[in-house]
Design a protein around this ligand. Structure first.
Ligand code: NCD
Length: 319
């Protein structure tokens, strides 16, 4: 997706489809604004930054955090929302309407559309059907750019930099769209070393691996937790994506290949490490880890609200 229009220092009116649209400086700009929005949210300050706007949320796949935080972000900034979960059952999609016509419809009534879809490429197809900004909230096994933005914000907030980081990324690297976007994000900065750990059948797609290496990201492939580095800044655990499997027996076999336990943390952790997960977790992080001060996944989730507020503000308000 390298030919997507770049953000290039100006988010106004842009589609957000892939992390490949970003440069390091775009993230810095976004995170500066995120600090402002964090205050608005944490103190429940009334804000009218998006007054007059209505934002569509069109979610063809289940969602708690992404849906909830986008909705909350819009409403905290004074926007109205037209939120549809399961358009296949409650909108004219049920009658056979095409994606393009559905997008044209909601574009007639609102200022931007946040879309989560089942298929890679759908967010781009939506963007091709309208002039209003489209925000990709996850397109099948493709990307989940706003999750990567909040993941990167979490790292930046904790370490004060996004360069020179060592990270371990674990789980379903084949199907996990959050990982696909996060790795693209990490490749924008220098000297990042990433260790990938997944079941053999769920490795990162080779074209993406090559793309990241070309961009200068150092990637090491692990086959067991035994070889995990002990100097990591972060561990980013992910769920095996059940909904992407054709054979459920295969999923059952692989789902708990790697589990983050208090013991693993004792064996391979270090005091400065943070533990991340896009959530939902379904058994791959033991609850016994939750009270460890290094467990950052709930803080990370809250960060999604701040980053999405900042993103809406930058996309819908001309500077
Ligand atoms: C992720 C997703 O939908 O890709 N969830 C989220 O948005 N935080 C991760 C997942 O479902 O495993």
């Amino acid at each position: 997706m390298t030919d997507l229009p770049k953000v290039n220092g100006d988010f106004y009116g842009k589609n957000i489809i892939s992390l490949d649209q970003f440069a390091a400086s775009d993230l810095t700009l976004l995170f500066k604004h995120t600090q402002i929005h964090k205050k608005i949210a944490d103190y429940n300050r009334p804000s009218k930054r998006l007054a007059g706007h209505i934002i569509s949320l069109l979610f063809y796949e289940p969602s708690s955090r992404t849906f909830g935080s986008f909705l909350s972000a819009a409403q905290r900034l004074g926007a109205g929302t037209l939120a549809i979960q399961n358009p296949e059952t409650v909108s004219s999609v049920a009658k056979g309407e095409t994606l393009e016509d559905t997008i044209r419809t909601f574009a007639s009534y609102t200022s931007a559309i946040v879309i989560r879809s089942k298929k890679e490429g759908t967010a781009q197809e939506a963007a091709n059907a309208t002039d209003i900004p489209i925000i990709n909230a996850g397109d099948g096994t493709g990307e989940h750019p706003t999750q990567a933005l909040l993941d990167m914000y979490t790292l930046f907030d904790r370490f004060g930099t996004l360069s020179g980081l060592t990270g371990v990324i674990v789980g379903d690297l084949l199907n996990g769209r959050t990982v696909h976007s996060l790795l693209r994000g990490l490749s924008l900065f220098k000297n990042n070393h990433i260790y990938l750990l997944s079941p053999q059948n769920l490795q990162l797609p080779t074209p993406l691996l090559k793309h990241l290496q070309t961009k200068g990201l150092t990637i090491h492939i692990l086959t067991s937790t035994k070889n995990m580095p002990i100097n990591a800044h972060f561990w980013y655990w992910t769920r095996v994506q059940k909904e992407r499997f054709v054979h459920l027996e295969e999923y059952e076999k692989l789902k708990h290949s790697f589990i983050l336990t208090p013991q693993l943390l004792k064996d391979k952790g270090n005091p400065n490490l943070i533990l991340m997960h896009p959530l939902p977790r379904v058994g791959e992080i033991e609850e016994g880890v939750d009270n460890d001060p290094r467990a950052y996944y709930f803080k990370q989730m809250r960060n999604g609200l701040y980053v999405r507020m900042a993103l809406f503000d930058l996309i819908l308000n001309k500077r």
